[in-house]
Design a protein around this ligand. Structure first.
Ligand code: PLP
Length: 432
């Protein structure tokens, strides 16, 4: 028996990683899928957005629960088959020698991921930290910013709850002052948004927090325009970009986001529990790591990643999710998502009693849409859609925003959207 161990060469361990990648890539059905997608490489983005044949091919890359029409991808996306397979393969490999893979074998892959994520969001590689979700990313920033008693932060009543909790804790324990604003949504008027975000700023304001896209109704905020108003003021811009990666183009080096966080299990369709954070290089040293780091004042972004042992195969499969995105193409994906959302909202708005609450233009929206139906609460409507029509959405009432949110994905067909619209029509008839 011992002889077996003696003949195993250490270098074989690295080969196993490449083996997984090769096996995934060489899989016949994946090769065929790639070829089918590549056949459309000369198609125009806008035409492709409405080409059901192309998106039917895309759908073949997923294993779906065909009994339920899932139009809530704003919370979490379904991984394409190849991403799930990668996750299982890396987990199996890791399970054979966990300590080795965690502490040594996967390290290079982590740096590869950092650099590819940097590329995705227009950051420098040394500004990217790999996190678990938007909440850990944003709370690392919120709890890490050196703010003193009396320093002021401007944020909105409609901001995401986990971030609101974190700021309220800083108010309670550190004596900072929070200025709450209301964002006039939906709107396609940048001036209204700029005014809402800037009118409460004063000489004590140290931070302005902005949701780049509101989860409630998909309202996009022109952060670049707002950031220009902050120039020279000393006010720092903290941006929640939860919904942006692999949904819409992001460029943190030009849009003014000094601190930015996002989830990768949303539109990148990476495994659940993946996220990222970027901080401008010159600001890293002053941000305190939320988890203890050897040198908390270091300007190395890796100081924010001292989580202890965690599920590293998630990060490796994120590389496969990036490959998948590159094959489909971000521009094409963004156009299809926007088309599906607008298709639904336009048709829904023809139904008596339905109101829609989302922007429609590409400048101010993407895949997320919000609507409501007179005389039925959003929660009731969500339940009825789920229980009676097998349609999964999310209904809520929060900070003055109320409705059922839809967020289709690239594998949906127009037929499915019609089924959903028709279901709302039927519900509307039963309650009026
Ligand atoms: C705007 C926004 N911010 C933050 C979050 C939190 O993301 P996560 O649950 O991945 O931490 C979400 C989640 O839906 C969100 O929509």
């Amino acid at each position: 028996m011992n002889a077996i161990y003696k003949t195993e060469k250490h270098s074989r361990m690295e080969v196993k990683l490449t083996d997984i990648e090769e096996k995934l890539q060489k899989d016949k059905s994946w090769q065929q899928f790639k070829k089918n997608i590549e056949d459309y490489s000369n198609s125009k983005v806008n035409q492709l957005a409405e080409d059901e044949n192309f998106w039917k091919i895309v759908r073949s890359a997923y294993v779906l629960d065909n009994g339920v029409l899932n139009i809530n991808h704003g919370s979490i996306n379904t991984m394409p088959k190849i991403v799930n397979e990668a996750l299982l393969a890396y987990s199996n490999l890791c399970n054979q020698l966990p300590g080795y893979w965690f502490f040594e074998g996967f390290n290079q892959e982590k740096e590869k991921l950092r650099s590819r994520l940097a590329n995705l969001v227009g950051a420098d590689t040394e500004e990217v930290s790999i996190q678990r979700n938007t909440s850990t990313a944003m709370e690392t920033i919120i709890f890490g910013l050196p703010l003193n008693v009396g320093d002021e932060v401007v944020l909105s009543n409609q901001d995401y709850p986990t971030l609101v909790y974190a700021w309220k804790q800083r108010e309670k324990y550190d004596g900072i002052k929070l200025h709450w604003i209301d964002i006039p949504m939906p709107t396609e008027n940048p001036e209204l948004l700029i005014k809402a975000y800037t009118e409460k700023l004063n000489s004590k304001t140290k931070v302005l927090q902005i949701m780049q896209m509101f989860n409630w109704n998909g309202q996009l905020i022109p952060i670049e325009k707002i950031s220009r108003k902050l120039e020279g003021s000393g006010i720092e811009l903290v941006v929640d970009g939860a919904h942006l990666p692999a949904h819409l183009p992001v460029n943190v080096s030009t849009d003014g986001s000094q601190y930015w966080g996002a989830s990768l299990h949303k539109w990148l369709s990476a495994p659940v529990g993946t996220g990222m954070m970027t901080i401008k290089k010159e600001l890293i040293s002053k941000v305190r790591p939320m988890m203890g780091a050897a040198d908390p004042e270091s300007n190395d972004i890796r100081k924010f990643e001292t989580f202890g042992i965690y599920n590293m195969p998630l990060e490796l499969a994120t590389l496969t999710a990036l490959d998948f995105l590159e094959l489909i193409g971000l521009e094409r994906k963004a156009a299809r998502l926007h088309y599906l959302k607008n298709y639904c909202l336009e048709k829904l708005s023809d139904i008596p009693g339905v109101s829609t609450h989302s922007p429609m233009s590409k400048e101010f929206s993407g895949a997320l849409g919000l609507f409501s139906l007179k005389t039925i609460s959003p929660q009731q409507l969500q339940q009825t859609l789920f229980k009676e029509y097998n349609i999964y959405t999310v209904g809520f009432e929060y900070a003055g925003i109320s409705g059922v949110r839809i967020s289709p994905n690239i594998y949906h067909s127009i037929n499915e959207m019609d089924y959903f619209i028709d279901s709302v029509l039927k519900i509307s008839k039963t309650i009026t």
